[in-house]
Design a protein around this ligand. Structure first.
Ligand SMILES: Nc1ncnc2c1ncn2[C@@H]1O[C@H](COP(=O)(O)OP(=O)(O)OP(=O)(O)O)[C@@H](O)[C@H]1O
Ligand SMILES: [Mg+2]
Length: 346
């Protein structure tokens, strides 16, 4: 796609409201009147020699662990930071290219990019400049935890405090919200990607098996549990034997993965405890009454609810919105541009 092109190719002259969740693992896009129109991995494949884009999203993800030296795979976002602004640009060009077939005028649209609250002013400005250079002048940025809370059906505009836990790929975020905005926020790097790395290390040291990123993720998705004494599953994992170098496979059991998941959730528990300690007392008593809502890919791990309720003094609600919570929440924030004073009405 040509740079700086206005991306609409239709004759409609009204702009749309576009919300983007730029996640470490997945990018999702909401458009007013259309709903969620894009949900693909946040990854770009480049030609190493020409630096041209070969593939983005699903197609690039399919290449993970299978490329040669002429292709380099880049993750634009990592653990709460814009790791590579050029790759972010390539990804957004791909996203906008796909949206171009919808019936609205890009130039007149408003873009909300949801990012980790910790991004720096420089990163924030880089994203806004990027949006402008792609044809959308009107761009604003909001913390993803705020959008996620709305997407999980929390009334963030109420004076009662609420707590939201987002277990993503690059980071886990714990936020306390009240009166329309974030009051306390903490993040740890313990999340989907770090669990995958721990699984990779375990397979190497305990089974002499070198496994790829995708296999580690599959082991996690299939076997991760926080419920002890309920180990029924096992799967075959393929890789390369450490000493022979030959293709090899082993059966991994659920009880082997349990300690890795438990260690990760002990760190997440600590992050929640620290957040509670930093929360003003009136709000913490609201949270004790209302409990915590969990969003993000990690919310699907078996036993998250049981673990939190056994270790912390409140109830845990696994949001049905899961990985869609943030992008769903953009719908409301696009109505009031994130203004904490204005409760958006339908
Ligand atoms: N059923 C599942 N069990 C365990 N983990 C899962 C499951 N489904 C997805 N995941 C993991 O959730 C993560 C992706 O979640 P999500 O889409 O919320 O992350 P993200 O928003 O891209 O990342 P971040 O919020 O850190 O920027 C990946 O690590 C993925 O492996
Ligand atoms: Mg996320």
């Amino acid at each position: 796609m040509a740079k700086n092109k206005t991306l609409s190719n239709n004759d409609s002259n009204s702009g749309a409201k576009i919300g983007i969740d730029l996640g470490t693992a997945n990018t999702l896009v909401y458009i007013s009147g259309y709903g969620i129109v894009f949900d693909e991995p946040t990854i770009v494949a480049y030609d190493t020699a020409t630096r041209g884009v070969i593939a983005c999203g699903n197609q690039a993800k399919d290449m993970v662990g299978k490329t040669h030296e002429k292709i380099s795979l880049v993750y634009p976002m990592n653990a709460g930071v814009v790791a590579d602004i050029r790759a972010t640009r390539s990804l957004l060009e791909y996203v906008f290219g796909k949206l171009g077939k919808l019936n609205f005028e890009f130039k007149k649209s408003t873009l909300l990019i949801c990012c980790p609250a910790q991004i720096t002013e420089v990163e924030r400005k880089a994203l806004i400049d990027l949006s402008k250079s792609l044809g959308i002048e009107d761009c604003f940025i909001e913390p993803e935890i705020k959008a996620g809370a709305i997407g999980a059906d929390i009334d963030i505009y109420a004076t009662e405090g609420s707590m939201i836990l987002d277990i993503g790929a690059g980071s886990t975020n714990v936020g306390v919200l009240s009166c329309g905005d974030v009051v306390v926020l903490n993040a740890v790097r313990t999340a989907g990607n770090s669990i995958d790395s721990e699984i990779t290390k375990y397979m190497k040291t305990q089974h002499n098996l070198i496994i790829g990123e995708k296999t580690a993720e599959r082991i996690k998705i299939e076997l991760a549990t926080l419920i002890p004494d309920d180990f029924t599953k096992s799967i075959e994992a393929c890789g390369r034997h450490l000493s022979t170098g030959r293709p090899s496979s082993v059966i991994v059991k659920q009880e082997e993965i349990y300690p890795i998941i438990l260690r990760a959730f002990e760190q997440i528990k600590h992050c929640i405890q620290v957040t509670l300690e930093q929360t003003p007392p009136e709000l913490s008593s609201d949270i004790i009454k209302a409990g915590v809502s969990v969003i993000g890919g990690g919310a699907a791990i078996k036993g998250v609810k049981e673990f939190i309720e056994a270790n912390l003094p409140f109830a845990c609600h696994i949001s049905e919105a899961g990985c869609d919570a943030i992008v769903k929440g953009t719908r409301q924030l696009l109505k009031n541009r994130g203004n904490y004073l204005v409760r958006p009405e339908d």
